[in-house]
Design a binder for this molecule. Structure first.
Ligand code: SAM
Ligand code: SF4
Length: 340
């Protein structure tokens, strides 16, 4: 039996008939920034002993690839802060070369991207998502709690020079960057990059009340439509984004609206934390520990059984609701733990 046929015969199908072919892997919960919507200023991180080693991350990713997963996205925390990250990327690139894996990508804050861009491109990373919430240095510094905009812009240039396709991710925040969004979109499109706007999700406790910052993307879209022509694109990834073309800039703009639109019917992804817990949904607590089966035996039988048990737990839809002032977050873990 060919490798593709073997993967087909053991592929991952959840109870609602959705095929799972996309895994997001958080390689660390640590970060060199402290974005206000993502983390509190003083975060407690996991002890290093809790983390999957680079070899264990490779093993679990490989098990997923053998079960038909075609897309792997490394994220965090900040993936480029994980020691040994290039060993992981270089190791996983063998699945790109064999054709088993269609895509190996990363979501990064870009601060260290200039250092890694050439090596990532050489390993076969063709696309990368860079999170950037403002082009104004002081606004960026206020949101990220760190004055790193120049490094991020340098990282973007380096990734472009290395031939990678870049998509910008921007969290829309009512007070901090709502007014900057048109400039950011124009800049991204003018530089040949796509951009996706994201609504803040109630994940983990942060220092601010998210109600103050929540900005519905429906409102943003209406505002943009008052001076630009937005045309819906049929293109849909397996993810939650909906896309439009902006006639005036010629670029593609995505909207991720987990709170105002439910996107779960076509969800094909699961998420692995840096300590080896597999979450079936960003907005639900259904989870299975994969670290114990990885450590209990050298063979993959236990690991595969745990993956099967996990997929059976994938919920039909997430539990997010628009945040109400003073409410606890819908999900207690931070995005940096589950992997955004
Ligand atoms: N550190 C990397 C980065 O910022 O791109 C990767 C991890 S970060 C958790 C992934 C994405 O999640 C980023 O685009 C970030 O803006 C987004 N994010 C983090 N917390 C969020 C929240 N509470 N609501 C919506 N998006 C969030
Ligand atoms: Fe770090 Fe990314 Fe969270 Fe910002 S969004 S604090 S860069 S993990």
């Amino acid at each position: 039996m060919s490798a593709a046929a073997a993967a087909q015969s053991t592929s991952l199908i959840d109870p609602y008939g959705r095929g799972i072919d996309y895994v997001r892997v958080s390689v660390t919960d640590r970060c060199n920034l402290r974005c206000t919507y993502c983390m509190s200023e003083r975060m407690e991180f996991l002890p290093r002993s809790e983390l999957l080693t680079i070899e264990e991350l490779d093993r679990v990713c490989t098990a997923f690839v053998r079960r038909g997963v075609r897309h792997l996205r490394l994220t965090g925390g900040e993936p480029l802060m994980r020691r040994g990250i290039m060993d992981l990327v270089n190791g996983l690139s063998r699945h790109l070369k064999s054709g088993a894996l269609k895509e190996l990508t990363l979501t990064t804050n870009g601060v260290r991207l200039a250092e890694f861009a050439d090596d990532l491109a050489a390993a076969g990373v063709r696309r990368i998502n860079v999170s950037l919430d403002s082009l104004d240095r002081s606004t960026f510094a206020r949101i990220a709690r760190s004055d790193c905009l120049p490094q991020v812009l340098e990282g973007i240039e380096a990734a472009k020079a290395a031939g990678m396709k870049i998509k910008i991710n921007t969290v829309a925040l009512r007070h901090d960057n709502a007014a900057d969004l048109p400039d950011l979109i124009q800049w991204a499109h003018g530089s040949g990059m796509g951009i996706t706007l994201i609504e803040t999700m109630p994940l983990g406790a942060v220092d601010e009340d998210r109600t103050d910052q929540f900005l519905s993307l429906e409102e943003v879209r209406l505002d943009l439509s008052s001076f630009w022509t937005l045309t819906d694109l049929p293109e849909r990834t397996s993810g939650p984004a909906r896309y439009v073309r902006v006639a005036e800039t010629g670029g593609t703009l995505g909207f991720i609206t987990p709170l105002t639109h439910n996107f779960c019917d076509t969800c094909s992804r699961v998420r692995l934390t840096c300590s080896g817990t597999l979450y079936m949904c960003l907005g639900q607590d259904a989870a299975v520990d994969l670290r114990a089966p990885i450590r209990q035996s050298q063979g993959d039988a236990l690991l595969n059984a745990a993956i099967d048990a996990a997929i059976l737990k994938k919920p039909k839809a997430h539990d997010f609701t628009i945040p109400v002032r003073g409410d606890a977050p819908a999900v207690r873990r931070h995005m940096s733990v589950t992997g955004g």
